[in-house]
Every structure is written in structure tokens, then in C-alpha cells.
Design a protein around this ligand. Structure first.
Ligand code: SF4
Length: 397
């Protein structure tokens, strides 16, 4: 009669599970409800459920049913899992374990690398091409995300027309969706606009082509007919008036909460067509930036979805599939990276398998996130965390 006092606990296959020590996080991926507990016994039971030989469940003793009564109710109320009676006269039931909880990092990585190698040309989604090394402060801050000019190229460098032709020819083979050019205004001082148009006319029509420019260079916004992204900072706000703003894209660089506030006040009067904001680090604003970009537990959980959770386990989605071409023709995974490659394909082949490249830097291997149960739900590691300027973007750990 022993079985009458015992029950099976199972977790639904759509629920996400993370256990670190005695901390247990259970997340319903269907409605974003969750349970966060520090409980040693619960940790042991849930570990058993996702263990190799568990058939997706664990046996709860009479003692467990008593001591975990409230937690079990929460699990049932949130539809994260349930308990069922043990009937010793029948076969043991079987429950599907959610694969994204049980697959190891190495298994998913090996699968990803195998696929990536098979379809190498499909791993590049977007590319930034810096045509000229002579950039304005706004353009440089847009690229690097901080106000120190530590470019990986000389200001006198310009991508030579022959190199640009070769690059465009190489890019045609990739299933790329977006190209962003920076420094076109400077490039055109040495080579003509006609030459540039002739070179890029070989690109497929479906490609989205953007041109990033400092707003100070333009008197009449979007007069060129190109898809411009105008970069501006607080000092440029007065240049933005009501006319034609709906047809233009803007990126506003800010270093302080005050600068962000000024933008919000400006936007109340002057609507922007499309506006993004980008924090820029300086020597003394990093705590302020952290305060602005930091995320709360509630927000992390509210924004999470199953697709992001799976991706966050193996890649940094902010960087994966993106490359930069410098004005000296070299290729890299970020504008500040010192690892440079001669061609796009050689860069791709190595960056994908290099588990220390930004494409593959994930929170599970980043202090202090490695000890946090939210590591797969949080947004990917930011540039500030990768450079060590900010430890992590939350106040949780
Ligand atoms: S410690 Fe890291 S993983 Fe955890 S909530 Fe903070 S940023 Fe996210």
C-alpha cells in the first residue's frame, strides 16, 4: 500500500527548466508565467525529472507532498506541470521531456556547427562596410559605441574600387539580407558617385541597402534618394524640424539620462519617421548607462519566448551572422575586434567555430550570469558586458 501515499510529478514539455544549485526556475513558455524558488528538495526532484533515465517524472513521497504542498499547487495552477497518482497495478507512465531542457550545450553546438559548415553561405545575414576611415565623431560613436577613437584602421584608409568590386562579387553568393555602408560621403571625395553606383548595381535587388551618415553632412534630408540612416547626438537636435521626418531613419546617440530626456522632449513636438536610440560609453558615464539599459526580472520574463531561449543557449543573437568590412579591406566580427580576416568567407568559417568569438559569447559562460537562472532568457550579452565595462545589465546578481 506504500504507493497510495506517493505521486508522480511531471513537467509539461513546453515548460522551460533551469536549476542552479538550490535555485529552481520553471517557466511556462505558452503564457510566460513562472515559478522561482530556492529549495534544495525541489531542485533535486526537478533535476531528476530532466535526468536521463527519468521518463520525464519523479516520485514524490508523502513527506514531499506535505513539505512542497504550496509549490506543487503553484506548478499546477500555472500549468507548468502536474501530479498524478501512482497505480502500482499499471505500467509506469511515460512523459515527454522538453528537449530544450535536456540537450547539452555541446550537443546543440555540434549540431549548429555541422549545419553551419554544410550551408556556410547561409550564415551571413548582414554586413557593415566602412568605405572610408575618415569618420566624424557621430559616425565613429555609432560604430564603436563609445567616445574613444580606437579605430582598427587609419583615417587615411579608403576601400579601393577594385577591392569593393571584389567584395561585392563575393557577397553575391551569400544569402545576405542587408548591407550598410558607412563613410560614403568621404569615399566620394576620391572616387565618383557614378563609380559607386556602378559597382553596387551588381547587388541583387532584394537586398536592403542602408547608408549611415552624420546628420551634420546633410542640409536637405533624404535629398539623395538613398536609404539614409542619420546619426545625431544631442547637439544636433535643433537641426531636426518637422519637415520630411517621416521618410527618414535616425539613430540618436546619448551618453546621459539628461540627453535622453532632451530627445523625448523633442519627439513630443517633432515626430520622427523611424528612430532608434543608442547608448555611447565615455570615461565617466558607465554607471549612468547601466541604469538606463538595465532590465528587471519582470521585464526579462515578460519578453522571453521559446525561440529566444533556444538561441540564447548557443549563440549571441545580437552579433551572430553579422560582419564588418574595414576601409583597409579586412573583415571582422565587430568594429573593435583585432581578429581580422582577408575575405568574408574565411572570416565566416573561423568565427562560426571559434567559441570565443562574439557570435558565440553567451551568458552561460559569462560572470556573473553563469550562476543565474535567467541566463537563457536575458537579452544577448551587450557590447558593454563583452568589454567588461558593465558586469551585467541587471540588478539581480
Ligand atoms: S545576472 Fe545576467 S543572466 Fe542573470 S538576470 Fe542579470 S544579466 Fe540576466
Amino acid at each position: 500500500m506504500k504507493g497510495n501515499n506517493q505521486k508522480y510529478l511531471y513537467i509539461e514539455p513546453y515548460s522551460y527548466i533551469k536549476i542552479i544549485g538550490k535555485t529552481v526556475f520553471l517557466f511556462n513558455t505558452l503564457d510566460n508565467s513562472y515559478i522561482y524558488k530556492e529549495n534544495q528538495r525541489l531542485s533535486e526532484i526537478v533535476s531528476e525529472i530532466i535526468g536521463e533515465d527519468s521518463a520525464g517524472m519523479a516520485v514524490l513521497s508523502k513527506m514531499d507532498l506535505l513539505s512542497l504542498r504550496e509549490i506543487i499547487s503553484e506548478i499546477r495552477d500555472t500549468f507548468i506541470g502536474d501530479i498524478i497518482k501512482i497505480n502500482h497495478g499499471q505500467n509506469k507512465p511515460f512523459f515527454f521531456q522538453p528537449q530544450f531542457n535536456t540537450c547539452s550545450y555541446d550537443t546543440i553546438r555540434n549540431h549548429l556547427e555541422l549545419n553551419a559548415n554544410k550551408n556556410m553561405l547561409e550564415n551571413l545575414f548582414s554586413i557593415h562596410i566602412i568605405l572610408s576611415g575618415n569618420l566624424t565623431q557621430n559616425e565613429s560613436e555609432y560604430i564603436l559605441g563609445h567616445d574613444r577613437i580606437t579605430n582598427n584602421w587609419h583615417t587615411s584608409d579608403k576601400l579601393q574600387p577594385n577591392d569593393l568590386v571584389e567584395l561585392i562579387d563575393e557577397l553575391k553568393a551569400f544569402s545576405l539580407s542587408r548591407i550598410t555602408f558607412i563613410g560614403l560621403d568621404e569615399w566620394k571625395k576620391s572616387f565618383s558617385d557614378q563609380l559607386f553606383q556602378k559597382i553596387i548595381s551588381k547587388l541583387p535587388n532584394y537586398l536592403k541597402i542602408d547608408y549611415v551618415s552624420d546628420i551634420s553632412k546633410f542640409q536637405n534630408l533624404n535629398s539623395s534618394g538613398l536609404n539614409h540612416i542619420y546619426v545625431l547626438s544631442q547637439k544636433d537636435l535643433t537641426k531636426i524640424r518637422l519637415n520630411n521626418l517621416f521618410d527618414n531613419c535616425f539613430v540618436y546617440l546619448f551618453k546621459t539620462a539628461n540627453e535622453l530626456e532632451r530627445l523625448y522632449n523633442h519627439v513630443k513636438v517633432h515626430n520622427f519617421g523611424s528612430l532608434k536610440i543608442k547608448p555611447v560609453a565615455s570615461s565617466n558615464n558607465i554607471e549612468e548607462i547601466k541604469g538606463i539599459i538595465s532590465v528587471s526580472k519582470e521585464r526579462i520574463v515578460k519578453k522571453a519566448d521559446i525561440e529566444n531561449i533556444i538561441q540564447n543557449k548557443v549563440i549571441n543573437t545580437k552579433y551572430f551572422g553579422k560582419l564588418w568590412v574595414f576601409p583597409d579591406g579586412k573583415v571582422s566580427s565587430t568594429p573593435s575586434s583585432h581578429r581580422k580576416y582577408d575575405t568574408v568567407i574565411s572570416a565566416l568559417k573561423q568565427i562560426i567555430v571559434d567559441r570565443t568569438s562574439v557570435w558565440n559569447r553567451i551568458r552561460a559562460f559569462h560572470e556573473p550570469c553563469a550562476l543565474c537562472v535567467f541566463q537563457d532568457l536575458c537579452p544577448p550579452l551587450t557590447q558593454f558586458e563583452l568589454t567588461g565595462e558593465i558586469k551585467c545589465i541587471c540588478g539581480i546578481m
